[in-house]
Design a protein around this ligand. Sequence first.
Ligand SMILES: C[S@@+](CC[C@H](N)C(=O)[O-])C[C@H]1O[C@@H](n2cnc3c(N)ncnc32)[C@H](O)[C@@H]1O
Length: 341
Amino acid sequence: MIPPDPSRIMRIASGYGVSKALLSAVGLGLYTQLATRPMTLGEIVDTFGLKARPAQDFLDLLVSVDLLERDGDGPQARYRNTPATALYLDRSRPEYVGGILDIWERRNYRFWADLTDGLRTGEPQNETKYAGTPFFETMCADPVQLAAFMDAMNGASIRNFQALARAFPFGRYRSMADVGGADALLSRQVAAVHPGIDCVTFDLPLVSEIAQRKIAAAGLANRIKAISGDFFADPLPAADVITMGMILHDWNLDKKKTLIRKAYEALPDGGAFIAIEAFIDDARRSNTFGLFMSLMMLIEFGDAFDCTVAEFCGWCREAGFSRFETIPLEGPSSAVVAYKD
Ligand SMILES: C[S@@+](CC[C@H](N)C(=O)[O-])C[C@H]1O[C@@H](n2cnc3c(N)ncnc32)[C@H](O)[C@@H]1O
C-alpha cells in the first residue's frame, strides 16, 4: 500500500508564513505602490526601508503563490501586481478588500498565537485578555483603530453587499434598516441600485458619525439616515427589510436570539429579515472560511460563534419567522432571508 502523502500537512502547516507574507505586503502598502509602476528589488528595498536579502525571499515567495508577478530574473527584474492584486489590493481603488487583511496584520495575526489557550478557556485572546476592555469599546476608544475597523469591515463586506443589492428584490420594499450598519456601506450600495427604497443605518454613536460623513460624501443624505443607538438597549428602527451584516456572529446564543426577536418585532407582516454571514455549511464539513471566522469570534469575544444556516433558521422559527431563502454571495458567504408572513 502506498502511504499517504505528507505534503498537504506541510503545506498547510507552513501556510502561516505565506499568510504573514501577504499581510506584511498589504501592511507595507506594497501593492498600492506597485500600482503606480513595476519596481526592481532595489527600488522596493529603498522605498520601504527593507534589507535586500530577506526582501528578495519575501517578494519571490509572493511570486511563487501568484500574489506578485516578476518580469525577468536577477537584479534588474521588475516586480508588478497580478491582475487580482492590482484590482483588490491597491488602496486607491474602490474594489480594495485589503482593509480586513490590514487589521489582521495589525492585530489578529498575533492573537491567533494563543488559539490553544482560547480552546482551553473559551476566553477571548485579543486586547481583552490583557486590558479587560471588550472589543467594541476598544475599537471606539481610539479613532485610528475605529477607522481601521471600518476599513476592515468594508474589505470583508463590499463584494457581499454589492451581490446582495443585485440579487435581492429591494425594489419591492419601501424601507430598509441596516442594524450594525458600520459606515453605511450596505445602505449606500442598496440606495445606489434601488431608487425607490429609503434606508436607515443604525450603529453606535461614534460609528454613526462616520456613517453620516460617508453618506454625505456619496450624495445620498436624502435617501439614507444614520441613527445612533445600542441594538440591545434600544428598539430597532422599524422598516420593511431589516438587515444584519456580520452582526449575529459577534454574540453568544442568548444575544443572537435577542437580536433575531427584536428584528421580528420591528418588521411589519410581509417584512424580510436578512442576515449576511459566512454561514457554516449544515454538515460542518466544507466552509473552512466560516469555521475560521467562528474561531476568530472566539479570539475576539470568547463566547461568540458563527452558525449554520439550519441553526439560524431554527432560531428564526422560534421568533415567529415562517419562510426562508438562502442567497449565495461572494465565495464562502451567503445571505439568509427570513420572511415574516
Ligand atoms: C462586525 S461589524 C459589521 C459591520 C457591517 N454590518 C458589515 O457587515 O460590514 C459589527 C458592527 O456592529 C456595531 N455594534 C456593535 N455593538 C453594537 C450595539 N450594541 N449597538 C449598535 N451597533 C453595535 C459595531 O459598531 C459594528 O459596526
